[in-house]
Design a protein around this ligand. Sequence first.
Ligand SMILES: [Zn+2]
Length: 311
Amino acid sequence: MTTRHLISLLIFLNVVFSGFGQEVTEQKQQTKEHYSFDPDSLLLHVKILSSDAFEGRRTGTKGAQKARDYIIKRFKLYSVQPLSNSYEQPFSFKRGGRNFAGTNILGYFEGSIHPKDYIVISAHYDHEGIKNENIYNGADDNASGIGALLAFADYLQKNTPQYSIILAAFDAEELGLEGAKYFISNAIVPLERIKLNINMDMISRNAKNQLYVAGTVYNDYLKSVISNFLTPTKPQLLMGHDGKDGLQNWTHTGDHSPFHLKNIPFLYFGVEDHKDYHKPTDDFENINPEFYKSAVQTILNVFSHMDKLNL
Ligand SMILES: [Zn+2]
């Protein structure tokens, strides 16, 4: 190769690579604009939280403490602020003659347009713990909801919400919705300022590819909003299980119940019970990653639509 050829080659390569660089930058900008959440992190959160090391996350155990440490560390990484002076809201309660100590984790993003009005996005992090030497890992119930809650944190740090958002990881759901009940009866923000609760509990698998949203039966407005999201794609989003359709009524079976009892509108996202429900086999290997990622995207889409409305 002559020097002249070498120089032309270098110029050519320079043009090619600078062009390539520009394209990469443009692609990055585009990705940022459409950013919702990182699907790999979503799955990793569930895998870690439902691993044996967390011992089934039973309220008051080391496993539950480990789950809290994990969630708070991620809240900090995603720039979630604590709702009050700490992320942790401790509480105690009695059940079956025993005393329990639970701890909710409450994070916060300030809204750009309605800073004094709140949407509470919630999921419980506790599960059944260890029984007869079997670890109940609760991958679907409800590491999946916590994974989604962290995906919301990821989304909200990059997309400022119009309403102020409370991210609530509730404890002691499995022992009688105790964390959510405490949150409502010891409210840190005025209850009349909570415009909506979006609760996520078991959202990572369904043999029929169906994800239910309950709560619209109590609110025609919510029903008309959700109607726009009822597509036959995977997962198929269906309204129901809230008392008027002959299906099992989920109104009071989850952490949205204490909100509903104070007349706060709620949307509960979840799947019908499966063969591993409340069994030691509710493991990460048995969730459906594609279903789960689409379910989280659907819930995020519903949220970002509702965040722009006058609630
Ligand atoms: Zn659950």
